[in-house]
Design a protein around this ligand. Sequence first.
Ligand SMILES: Cc1ncc(COP(=O)(O)O)c(C=O)c1O
Length: 427
Amino acid sequence: MNDTRFQNGERFAAEMDRRDPLAHFRQRFHFPKTKNGEECIYLCGHSLGLQPKSVSSFIEHALHDWEQLGVEGHFHAANPWMPYHRQLTHPTAALVGAEPVEVVVMNSLTVNLHLMMASFYRPTTRRHKILVERGAFPSDQYAVESQIRFHGLDPASSLLELTPREGESCLRHEDIDSLIDREGESIALILLGGVNYATGQLFDMAEITKAGHRKGCVVGFDLAHAAGNVPLRLHDWGSDFAVWCSYKYLNGGPGCVAGCFVHERHAHAPAVPRFAGWWGHDEATRFQMGPQFHPMPGAEGWQLSNPPILALAPLRASTEIFGEAGMERLRAKSLLLTAYMEFLLEQNASDKFSVITPRDELKRGAQLSIRLSRHGRGLCDRLALAGVVGDWREPDTFRVAAVPLYNSFQDVYRFVQRFSAALEQIK
Ligand SMILES: Cc1ncc(COP(=O)(O)O)c(C=O)c1O
């Protein structure tokens, strides 16, 4: 199918860039360079987002405060460390469609996943299963299986996996819906990736939450590949919890502090069982150092430790840029960029590859997953030499994402040119 919005050729790409109202944001990021000193074609924001140029000054401010103030920085730094994480509350809430009380930045993604399951996976004899997508990211699989075992249960009977139909790569919503309908009474927790890491499929989180709740299940999402990529409305959808990392589309830097959402309906329920730490304790009495734990209202009540200021600083730099660009404008550009990449790949169609990401743009974010029928790894290596940064996922998938904050239409054009040239060399 020929998408009539687009034309082939670099002039068209350059014209699209000229008309792009977000094009100037590219200048705010550092691009890795090739050995020849040229900017790479960086299409790897689904793995590690690029560094905003403003990051170093955010970190330097925190370092300066530490240098000058020592422990007094907790209260007297220009941005005091005690409430430092709160500077991220509103921007984070805006990114995931939450009320401020529902979000917190803390820990890493898998840690938060465990904390959420400690609270919200409460298996009983009748309702003990966790529903996941088959081939979820390994850390999620390990976390889920270990939680099941932690409760003395067996994944063979307590883990339920959604599997695409024979010959298909992505899940059909009607299949998710009918499995929930069929098995719902035995499901304690539905835990899906908002966007699947391998296929790039975006799930209908509103409908999945609704279907799960109809059956009395808890519904949580891993938004590692969704946060900063697609618009989210967690509060309105009513999902019970969500977790995500901040180093992909959120550009917070390698291993950056992660995010966590707990729906408002659980915000004032101190009886929800949880693993506790002093930073989750009511801040009015935290420094009285009493033995009784009284959680903060909302997601902050799940904090364990005092936050790593130097790791939060880059996230402030990045969320500031998100605030300027706005998720709606970013999504509008993202839809165009990804459709344009798909159009160009189709212009270069070959039996050597297929795109397994859904064609329907409402069912995907920025990522396209390209399945290579043979010699895929070698092709990736060749592309890397040609300055293209994407990534390879075993056994056969090359993943690329054109990120609307910093990628251009010319990036996409040049990528497809180099991809096709590398493909030619595969016999
Ligand atoms: C979907 C998903 N879940 C979990 C993880 C693991 O994240 P972390 O190492 O931050 O715990 C990743 C990392 O890429 C991921 O993509």
